[in-house]
Design a protein around this ligand. Structure first.
Ligand code: B1M
Length: 209
């Protein structure tokens, strides 16, 4: 959408102030918050993701773009609560024990908020017991588990196993660079998504099935 081009440019340049301004302008122009998120913020962040994969941009650029995306989300988020995207329930997310990577996990968390979930972010290096405690406390519809290292993938299995007693109440989604659909099936997860945008689509499907 042409009206969102300036917003996308600002996000890709990592200019948080400009992103805030452009989101505000888009709202004033009558563009729906959901469209601003999907066709503006997420679309631009996806471009950064592809560029990152192709080594055209590096970690610092990904970080500043993610920060700019946060800034834009902060402006639209209040308009989403109970709005047209509705409340889909609670999504608990964390990066597994001994894994300190959180950029992708944070993007997934943001997308989940964007499609109407209340997100409880447990952070990084999350032990199985903390996931279990969060399920007891927050009664989520979905638990999302992220891992970025081959060596921490087995923590993902341990976490799925540790949540066995709750499987009639929750769906479990997994993701992260080394994770595949095959691995997700092997460890008994309900869903796998390769990126944040498809993770949000899958989560919506899981709660409506
Ligand atoms: Co690390 N690191 N790192 N690192 N790091 C990788 C992952 C690595 C591939 C780099 C490499 O060697 N080429 C490699 C892993 C190799 C492997 O295991 N196969 C690696 C390594 C080895 C390490 C250390 C061991 C290095 C060292 O100390 N010797 C160390 C480990 C620390 C630890 O965790 N215990 C380490 C440390 C770090 C930093 C701290 C410096 C930093 C993390 C900063 C941070 O996260 N706050 C870092 C970074 C930045 C990377 C790379 C460069 C970038 C990761 C990233 O943020 N990608 C990475 C190399 C690479 O990926 N090319 C690398 C961008 C992000 C948007 O993508 O996280 O994949 P991603 O998330 C995507 C999808 O995977 C998906 O959606 C996201 C958005 O589309 N997704 C989900 C993620 N979670 C999901 C959950 C879902 C669904 C989808 O459902 C719940």
């Amino acid at each position: 959408m042409a009206a969102l081009e300036a917003l996308k440019e600002a996000l890709m340049a990592g200019n948080a102030n400009k992103v805030r301004e452009e989101v505000q302008k888009a709202l004033e122009a009558g563009i729906e918050p959901g469209t601003i998120i999907n066709d503006g913020l997420i679309a631009a962040m996806s471009v950064i993701g592809v560029k990152f994969k192709n080594n055209e941009v590096y970690v610092p650029e990904v970080l500043v773009a993610a920060r700019a995306m946060h800034a834009g989300m902060d402006v639209v988020k209040p308009l989403l609560a109970g709005g047209e995207l509705g409340n889909k329930g609670t999504f608990v997310i964390g990066t597994v024990k001994t894994d300190l990577h959180d950029i992708g996990k944070n993007l997934v968390a943001m997308m989940m908020e964007g499609v109407g979930f209340k997100v409880v972010d447990l952070g990084i290096d999350v032990p199985v017991e903390k996931f279990v405690q969060a399920v007891e406390e927050h009664k989520p519809q979905i638990v999302g588990i992220s891992a970025l290292l081959t060596s921490t993938m087995m923590q993902m299995k341990k976490t799925v196993d540790g949540l066995a007693a709750y499987r009639d109440q929750i769906k479990i989604m997994v993701g992260g660079a080394p994770v595949t659909q095959k691995f997700a099936d092997e460890i008994g997860a309900d869903g796998y998504a390769p990126d944040a945008a498809s993770a949000a689509e899958l989560a919506v499907k899981l709660v409506s099935s």
